[in-house]
Design a protein around this ligand. Structure first.
Ligand code: NAD
Length: 533
């Protein structure tokens, strides 16, 4: 229902456009995608990355960063969505927590049934999001406050965790189901209402997820979905009725969103980019399983995962490093590149032509800078999908010599840039200390992993490494929702993490009530009350 085929004046051959979901209804506002519409700044096209065929388009839901706070005259869809969430808030926030939890329990059950219908990668995307929904079904115990009695004669204090109001989320393309599910389920479980802006590159999953929730009886306005890009984001960041912003995506967007949102008095949690380093102690790591783990973590989902391992540091002799690198390349060559809808495919397309060209350019710059390209994924052809955004697994080796002085910055572009593509860079260092220092000098600190049989080395690494998520013989250590998704250095802005206890903290604020029930008509508590503060 979120595809609009019926916009007047457009012939039946045009591509459907994607609608917004505001106040419980899909909105039929955008013209279907036509060449003319795409050249219009109010419409954003969506292409199939495996073919570059135009699939559909989305509206830009705000024309400016203006903030109209009157629901009857609100000009843009973004403003109407925020105001719809504002009107839904009083009743939703007063809905008993067990009823909110029960709805999410049914939602988890429904997602579980639907999730079986997707392909392998998409299944992981839904599954990891579903686990956050499951955690939200137990939110009542996470929301418990504190109390202390008889702080003075007859004086008791209780603190409650109460919701914030309208919260908003801005999501990236690479996990179009999981990341929205990190956002709105916990927000509404804790009593807030929501406005979600999905990625403009793959927005349908969000609409489907929210449609399911409404089919279970969620009241209109509690969750709204608005499509768009920068203008829509600006309205969310500046509108006085939005109390908190959750963002996941690149540093360029996230640093801007954190700064502007914070300046406008909103809570902001922002998970940003990554350049995740794996460290392998060649002398004692188990070779076969480590190489398989590295290849899966570097090239799975075409490297378009914020927890992808994009750098591996071999700790040991150069000759031994060469042997490992050769075996890694042989393993990577076995991967099949192709459309995600075909059987047996390991690596799908990159999200866009621009992303592919950028990755290819960085590979070339890296080679020009002196790196050895051991496996070059450029110029790959996928039969039947010749026009897709393909890049095969690429291995760049900077191990001509040991990096012995971690204080000297590594400037090779393949090392410096977050490429977000199936490109793995290899370095070799003599000691674990060098590996730790290099990782810690890197601007990002999202995830990391060490492969070793030595408990001592693993413990030193977990203690000294500056990364949000640390894997010990685990390649992509994404925490389950009992914990929180963390981050370090430039991989995060804001100080309250997604999901887990931190997620509940983010979506609630403390209210402290101090009462004196020795007070009663006719009881003199003694003296004039002169509060200390
Ligand atoms: P992106 O930053 O381009 O887009 C994310 C969202 O921000 C989209 O909704 C987009 O419309 C909006 N946006 C983009 N540019 C903007 C701007 N200038 N101003 C305001 N809003 C803007 O990110 P992407 O390409 O969709 O996703 C890939 C990035 O996300 C990578 O950097 C990856 O590391 C990161 N990521 C991080 C995590 C994490 O948890 N740390 C998880 C997934 C992805």
């Amino acid at each position: 229902p979120w595809l609009n085929y019926s916009y007047s004046g457009v012939d039946s051959t045009s591509t459907p456009s994607i609608m917004n979901f505001i106040d419980g209804n899909f909105e039929n506002q955008t013209p279907p995608a036509t060449a003319a519409a795409i050249n219009d700044s109010t419409t954003i096209p969506i292409y199939n990355p495996a073919t570059n065929q135009l699939l559909s388009c989305i509206p830009e839901s705000s024309s400016s960063s203006s903030s109209n706070t009157n629901i009857t005259t609100a000009a843009t869809p973004a403003e109407r969505a925020i105001l719809s969430a504002k009107s839904a808030y009083p009743s939703w926030s007063q809905t008993p927590v067990q009823i909110r939890q029960r709805l999410l329990l049914e939602y988890a059950h429904l997602l579980h049934q639907k999730e079986g219908k997707t392909t392998a990668d998409a299944m992981g995307d839904v599954w990891r999001g579903l686990e956050v929904v499951e955690a939200a079904t137990r939110v009542g115990s996470e929301m418990l406050g504190d109390s202390l009695q008889n702080l003075s004669n007859g004086l008791d204090t209780i603190s409650y965790r109460v919701p914030l109001g309208v919260c908003a989320g801005i999501a990236p393309f690479n996990f179009p189901a999981m990341i929205p599910l990190w956002m709105f389920p916990l927000a509404i479980a804790t009593g807030n209402t929501y406005v979600l802006k999905p990625t403009e590159k793959a927005p349908s999953a969000s609409l489907l997820l929210v449609k399911y929730l409404h089919e279970l009886g969620l009241p209109p306005g509690v969750v709204n979905v608005i499509n768009g890009g920068r203008n829509t984001v600006d309205t969310m960041l500046t509108h006085p009725d939005v109390k908190a912003i959750s963002f996941v995506g690149s540093n360029t967007a996230g640093e801007y969103i954190h700064d502007v949102g914070s300046r406008h008095g909103k809570r902001v949690q922002a998970n940003l980019g990554a350049k995740n380093h794996a460290t392998v102690i060649l002398a004692d790591a188990e070779k076969v399983s480590t190489i398989k783990a590295l290849v899966g973590a570097a090239f799975g989902a075409a490297g378009q995962r914020c927890m992808a391992l994009s750098v591996v540091i071999f700790v040991g002799e150069l000759e031994e490093s060469k042997r490992w690198a050769n075996e890694l390349v042989e393993e990577a060559k076995k991967l099949k590149v192709g459309s995600g809808f075909e059987e047996g495919v390991d690596i799908g397309p990159l999200i866009s032509k621009d992303a592919t060209e950028r990755a290819e350019k960085i590979i070339q710059q890296s080679i020009d800078d002196g790196a050895t390209c051991m496996l070059d994924g450029r110029d790959i052809t996928v039969k039947g999908y010749e026009n897709g955004n393909w890049l095969g697994p690429t291995v760049i080796n900077l191990s001509g010599e040991h990096y012995t002085n971690p204080q000297v910055p590594i400037t090779n572009p393949a090392y410096v840039e977050e490429i977000f593509a199936p490109v793995l860079t290899i370095l070799t260092v003599p000691t674990l200390d060098d590996a730790i220092q290099i990782s810690n000098n890197n601007r990002y600190g999202n995830g990391t992993a060490i492969f070793t049989s030595s408990g001592g080395a693993a413990r030193k690494y977990q203690y000294e490494i500056e990364a949000g998520q640390v894997g010990i013989n685990v390649p992509i250590p994404v925490p389950l929702p009992f914990f929180s998704f963390t981050g370090n250095k430039s991989s995060i802005r804001g100080d309250v993490n997604f999901y887990g206890k931190s997620g509940v903290q983010f979506f609630t604020q403390l209210k402290t009530v101090t009462s004196n029930w020795q007070y009663a008509k006719g009881t003199d508590l003694g003296g004039v009350t002169m509060p200390v503060l």
